[in-house]
Design a protein around this ligand. Sequence first.
Ligand code: SF4
Length: 345
Amino acid sequence: MTVTSPERPAETQTKRVLLAAPRGYCAGVDRAVIAVEKALETYGTPVYVRKEIVHNKHVVETLRERGAIFVNETDEVPEGGRLVFSAHGVSPAVRASAVARSLDTIDATCPLVTKVHKEAVRFAKDDYDILLIGHTGHEEVEGTAGEAPEHVQIVNSPDDVDQVVVRDPDKVVWISQTTLSVDETMETVRRLRQKFPTLQDPPSDDICYATQNRQVAVKKLAPECDLVIVVGSANSSNSVRLVEVALKAGATASYRVDRKTEIKDEWLEGVTTVGVTSGASVPEILVEDVLAHLAGHGFGTVDEVRTATEDLMFSLPRELRAGLKAAGEEPKRPRREARPELPQA
Ligand code: SF4
């Protein structure tokens, strides 16, 4: 792995960390995690959660320890049980099966995912062919595609464009998963537009603010980094994208880790500048652990590279607010994680 920049000999360089901001929890994840916590506090166990509430091992393990029961499908929940839908959203078929089992549901779908669902419904109503740019098999994509299965085709990458066939090339719209690489998505759209020149854009960005902000921040610090560590789980789309974005932006190496114990000593050999960021489903405590680990290896200087400030918060799911009110509790808004004040690079 690369060690030093040619401009500065190794012995004069100070080991440092460039810490991306924004990083970590987004408003949708914050809300979904608090929804499960509040459901457990208010109703007690069992509270079932369909799929991982957010794609982070630590979060899922912590909620499991508190009593949440994670299931894959609604038929694993006893009739009449309480079920939380994850931040990634669900298709109408899943909702219908929950109703059929008389489940008491709490919908923690991120409002920005719901927005994309509504776009799919609207364009299907107008009989468009809908090209959903996203990853086949990802829960969010399954949920969005399920809104209009007769009208939606999934386009995984720019290379998929050649295989796309539509009924009327003048009545085609693209929408997307919320957690994609902005640059790769734009390349897919460019190729789609070559094929379908009147391709319609979605009414507003589908790649959410949090995904975009984390990519912009990592792009800024990556060119200065010998190594970029992305904290996030393997099934977290936006975390995996951050590794790709860091490498494309000029980081010599980039790895994703769930936690500090996955950092290999050899990654740090001869490295001077380490970039650190985290996906939108990652609690700040895991980043703090990574920073402590790096400090133990001589990377005690941490400069924050901030490219945006986020203050978006979503109110708790409607069903939960009603439940909290009935229980005499004030339905509180989700909190933001406290972020340490750090010097700006
Ligand atoms: S990453 Fe974006 S779409 Fe997904 S939960 Fe966070 S804010 Fe919502």
